[in-house]
Design a protein around this ligand. Sequence first.
Ligand SMILES: N[C@@H](CCC(=O)N[C@@H](CS)C(=O)NCC(=O)O)C(=O)O
Length: 223
Amino acid sequence: MSPITLWFLQASRSIRTAWLLEELNLPYTVKFFDRTPEGKAPQALKESAGNPLGKAPTIQDGDLTIYESGAITEYLCEKYDKENRLIPSNANEAARIKVQQWIHASEGTFALHGIALLYARMTMPEAVKADGKTLAEMEAKMAGNVQNDIDWLEAELKASTGRFLLGDEVTAADVMMHFTLKFCLKRELGTKGRSWPAVEKWVGDCEATEGYKRAVEKTGHKF
Ligand SMILES: N[C@@H](CCC(=O)N[C@@H](CS)C(=O)NCC(=O)O)C(=O)O
């Protein structure tokens, strides 16, 4: 088996892939990169990863270079999760679709809505920020989407038969969704003053798994 290489950017979605690789018990080497003072990926990552956008995570497996954390997740599970532990098999269609729904929702819905607030904070001209209300008004308007999304997640977690999204075992749904929620809650992206007890407990339960702990130990991931 060719060794898998993970381009790992600190404080990023890269932790999803490290956690998944740990859950799959796959050997992998990590190329570590710290962010620049502006919070960007450094030039060395952009030049070496083979990802046209210069983003992380990116993996190489043999001759294949793969980016977009959802696509990496689907690729690794299809190829190496022979027991269909992390993405259920076609024979279990309802569960398989649920996991795929979360894989896509993590980026296409939750991250889209949460990161819109971060971009507003980052790009708002200082002169406008200085009025003390324009940014707050924009954030308040954008927060509605984030809060509806997290209400949905809260309801699904309450309805789950176990600690995780699909019961008592971690699936790719948890691996993809955990980072987005952690990020939105930590940065208060539309979440300030609100609380979602089931979501907060699940974030802790994800971080208490042996696979997540090994991924953090191996990569030094921190926010
Ligand atoms: N949709 C992509 C997003 C990749 C992405 O934006 N990664 C961020 C880290 S979380 C990055 O590399 N940022 C560095 C930069 O923009 O320079 C995925 O899910 O992998």
